[in-house]
Design a protein around this ligand. Structure first.
Ligand SMILES: Nc1ncnc2c1ncn2[C@@H]1O[C@H](COP(=O)(O)OP(=O)(O)OP(=O)(O)O)[C@@H](O)[C@H]1O
Ligand SMILES: NC(=O)c1ccc[n+]([C@@H]2O[C@H](CO)[C@@H](O)[C@H]2O)c1
Length: 201
């Protein structure tokens, strides 16, 4: 069984979930693993010197558990789908290739995950757009006043610098482009990769 693992990273509110869900709809046999589902319990996330909870670090996430899920897909993608109540029906477009979409804001900052990706995409948007999009979202717990400027954006810049130091071959995407345009570009690229994989051997 041939497998393809696609990483969709990017800044908070860059459009990662939107793009991943749309890709998933175009690739029926694909699966999504979302990094946000692996946040540690609020009670164990430490507070920084400004009183902000440190959510935007790899230590705030159960990355070991996330890796276990990824490994379970890698071991047997069809069984992974069945365990999640999904019908393993393959369309000719999939060409018998299983696709995993891994989506999250720090997926390219975690060494054990980085090299598993066949394709890496990173959605970026400027500060003001990000601040506006984030302010219209409600997290659990909600962002306290000043959290974006005092913690989220500086941490994004720090994490991004770190990512660029350890991860190569990332395709950067302008998250301000229309959703349909982003989807079409990434879908075409992923299809090319599927074709390449199919022609191998
Ligand atoms: N291409 C786009 N153009 C304009 N708005 C977009 C685009 N993609 C997503 N959005 C909007 O931006 C917001 C964030 O999108 P989404 O939830 O997909 O981002 P995310 O990167 O998964 O966020 P986070 O990981 O921080 O929760 C949503 O309101 C969504 O509708
Ligand atoms: N999902 C959560 O538990 C949670 C709690 C508080 C804040 N966040 C934010 O999610 C973003 C990543 O999608 C990060 O910027 C966190 O601040 C998530």
């Amino acid at each position: 069984m041939k497998r393809l693992i696609v990483g969709i990273g990017g800044v908070t509110n860059g459009g990662k979930s939107t793009l991943s869900q749309s890709l998933h709809q175009l690739i029926p046999s694909s699966c999504i693993i979302t990094q946000d589902s692996y946040f540690k319990d609020d009670s164990v996330v430490p507070v920084d010197s400004n009183g902000f909870k440190q959510y935007d670090t790899i230590n705030a996430l159960h990355m070991d558990k996330m890796m276990t899920t990824v490994d379970s897909w890698r071991t047997d993608p069809d069984s992974f789908l069945r365990q999640r109540g999904r019908n393993v029906e393959r369309s000719p477009k999939d060409a018998g290739i299983s696709v995993l979409l891994v989506e999250g804001f720090l997926i390219f900052n975690y060494r054990p995950l980085i090299d598993l990706f066949d394709k890496r995409y990173f959605l970026e948007i400027p500060y003001d757009v990000c601040k506006r999009r984030r302010s219209s979202r409600v997290y659990n717990p909600p962002d306290p006043p000043g959290f974006f400027d005092g913690y989220v954006w500086p941490m994004y810049l720090k994490n991004r610098r770190e990512m660029e130091g350890i991860t190569s071959e990332i395709t950067f995407l302008d998250g301000q482009k229309p959703k349909e345009e982003l989807l079409a570009a990434v879908y075409e690229d992923v299809c090319q990769e599927i074709d390449r994989l199919r022609e191998k051997n």
